[in-house]
Design a protein around this ligand. Sequence first.
Ligand code: AHM
Ligand code: MG
Length: 336
Amino acid sequence: MHHKKNQTLGEFIIENQDSFKYSSGELSKLINAIRLAAKVVNHEVNKAGLVDILGKAGETNIQGEDQQKLDVFANEKFINTLANREIVCGIASEEEDDFIAINSNDKGNQNKYVVLIDPLDGSSNVDVNVSVGTIFSIYRRVTPVGTPVTLEDFLQPGNQQVAAGYVVYGTSTMLVYTTGDGVNGFTLNPAIGTFYLSHPNMQFPEDGTIYSVNEGKYIHFHQGVKDYIKYCQQEEGDRPYTSRYIGSLVSDFHRNMIKGGIYMYPKSSVTQEGKLRLLYECNPMAFLAEQANGIATGGKTRIMDIKPTELHQRVPFFCGSKNMVNKLQEFLEKYH
Ligand code: AHM
Ligand code: MG
């Protein structure tokens, strides 16, 4: 892979397209659609603090325009941008109950890809000026090209992903993605609207000292998770570890990938479910994690080997630096 720092995302796509095992033009179209929507959503997210001046969601602003909630806005922008690129035959979004078929009545439709997206993850953080993100996951359809897209095209295990990534709307806005050949991060220069390669070949450090979990729910966790959290807090060697939890998966993941850490969203003894969605959140993050020398597991099974049964399926999610996730797994296994 060629890495030149300060290369633009556009240049990077062209120079590295041979490493994509399918058509290079297809990959460019997909990533271009995502980077374009990311810029539009970034612009809107950055204005979120002006809500009292520009008008709240559900209200009409002084220019007479209806204001939308940011997650609805992001959902529409990503869907419209992807749908217009003659590359995607279907889109599933965390914001929509059902998947959306694109031009399915057009017999000449040669579009081969399905995209699954969480358009604005962690959106409860917008009101308090904390980072949010977009997460995306891309597959080749499994049903024949030219026929209507089906649920089967979306319910593929994560190990079939051809690309995945996220946008983090943070102190800087970044686009981080993989096509199965490592993970690269691009930072937006908002003045000119260009993404630059700022973080080539991102890797989770093998070890880390950060654990990220909503500890308020401790009482509902599996005993193995509880024991691991206690282990993180013990005074021994490089422990106690540091606890860091933003409540925005993208930001928590991004920090842990750079600094070394583990993210945990276990199932709850009350609901018997995790919170995070396998298709929109866990699979894309798992693909990135593994491409960056990390691990993502549901506890017993590798996240990307889970065969999905429904679009909005939730799974427990443990992800991060190898040695940390392996240690957690030792604790989980004690109670199997
Ligand atoms: P959302 O898709 O409704 O925004 O929820 C997903 C978010 C993740 O970004 C974050 O890691 C998690 O929910 C936080 O949940 P909790 O508040 O239960 O800790
Ligand atoms: Mg979400």
